[in-house]
Design a protein around this ligand. Structure first.
Ligand code: NAD
Ligand code: ZN
Length: 365
């Protein structure tokens, strides 16, 4: 399956399929990368032993000159020091302005390798080969970057890839918890934009969790479609793109307050979406069924809808006002009146947020 992201300056294809890596040379020439150009594959220590050989030999056999750079897996390495090390490796290998970086891995590899591509010699082309379900989200939209001790994803750029090639066979080796977390973003894409996609997902938790190929390809395609549509309307996040942050205000606060240890990103935003649905009932008068359907859907994918700890509410609220979307200390939320539809709501009353936090704390109803 192929879909296209259309942006002001250029558009690029997203190819999703089973066993599609053998088509990489053909797909590269389609986006204008001839075998005369050299490629640098950047991957992490967990993904490289699984898929690097395959990708590298397919590309070498087609005649490309290939370099590789591997860094230790994990969010901790998504920092400026790692960028410098990768840039050094690219330089010593002889990467020039005509070369193309190939990011093979999950969101960490995509963000980091994409940032190297955005900055090396003032920017060179790159291609995304996502290997996690979450990366259906991170590989589309052109946000690349690294963390800083002052904040997650603090340093970055907008740099669109030449194309995205998602071979869903790679998901078979993904740890189950990571797979389930990825479905939180898939579900989010349905909840914010596409009611029929939500209904489709509600009937397919079982085949999707057991990686039935046709279902997975369709889920990723529909998720990417939502992301691409939103990004095409607002590439630089000046307005509507913020709807992609549904569930993220509470989710980011949960992640930060537990020092990124307790929850995966997907788990945190699942809880955040349960909270956002409840807040939508209070603030927008959304029907109770919105909450019920949202939570039932998340639970059917084995995602959490409640959190454990007894944190200080004021600190929790303060974390949310530090969220990127909170301007001037006011609480801004993405809320939903109906499944498949959201809006940006500013100046949400902190008392209502506290009520919701009590509702989604484990032990409450
Ligand atoms: P990740 O890249 O760290 O992958 C999770 C773990 O799974 C890693 O240990 C990785 O080595 C391993 N792994 C990856 N693919 C595998 C496979 N096929 N088989 C076995 N193991 C595999 O994390 P992620 O969850 O993919 O992405 C999270 C990152 O994405 C965060 O840094 C987040 O900020 C970023 N992100 C970016 C955007 C964006 O728009 N740029 C959007 C959402 C998230
Ligand atoms: Zn997210």
């Amino acid at each position: 399956r192929t879909l296209s992201v259309s942006l002001a300056q250029h558009s690029y294809p997203i190819h999703i399929g089973s066993s599609i890596y053998p088509k990489l040379p053909y797909l590269l020439t389609e986006v204008g990368v001839s075998t005369k150009r050299s490629l640098m594959i950047i991957s992490d220590s967990q993904v490289a032993p699984l898929y690097l050989n395959q990708v590298q030999s397919i590309l070498e056999q087609a005649g490309y000159r290939i370099g590789t750079a591997i860094f230790p897996a994990g969010e901790k390495k998504k920092n400026l020091q790692q960028v410098e090390e990768l840039i050094e490796q690219c330089y010593h290998w002889g990467l020039d302005r005509q070369s193309v970086i190939v990011a093979l891995g999950g969101g960490v590899v995509g963000d980091l390798a994409g940032f190297v591509a955005a900055t090396y010699m003032r920017g060179i082309s790159f291609v995304q080969l996502p290997t996690t379900l979450l990366a259906h989200d991170s590989s589309v939209g052109g946000k690349v970057g690294v963390n800083h001790r002052l904040g997650k994803n603090m340093i970055g750029a907008f740099h669109q890839p030449l194309m995205v090639v998602f071979d869903v066979d790679t998901l078979t080796t993904l740890p189950r918890r990571q797979l389930i977390s990825g479905y939180a973003e898939v579900i989010k894409h349905g909840l914010i934009w596409d009611r029929t996609f939500v209904q489709w997902l509600a009937m397919r938790a079982e085949p999707l969790l057991s990686l039935d190929r046709a279902s997975v390809i369709e889920a990723i395609e529909r998720g990417c479609q939502v992301k691409a549509t939103v990004v095409a309307q607002d590439e630089k996040e000046l307005g509507i793109r913020a709807v992609l942050n549904y569930g993220h205000t509470i989710g980011h606060a949960l992640e930060a307050i537990s020092f990124y240890q307790q929850y995966t990103h997907g788990e945190a935003i699942a809880i955040g979406m349960a909270g956002a649905a409840r807040l939508s009932r209070q603030v927008l008068g959304a029907h109770a069924s919105l909450v019920e359907q949202t939570e039932a859907l998340l639970r059917s994918f084995q995602l959490p809808t409640r959190f454990e700890q007894d944190w200080d509410e004021t600190e929790f609220i303060q974390r949310m006002t530090q969220d990127k979307k909170a301007r001037g200390g006011k609480l801004t939320f993405i809320l939903s009146k109906q499944l498949g539809n959201v809006e940006i709501v500013r100046d949400v009353d902190a008392v209502m947020v506290k009520n919701v936090l009590r509702e989604i704390r484990r032990g409450s109803c």
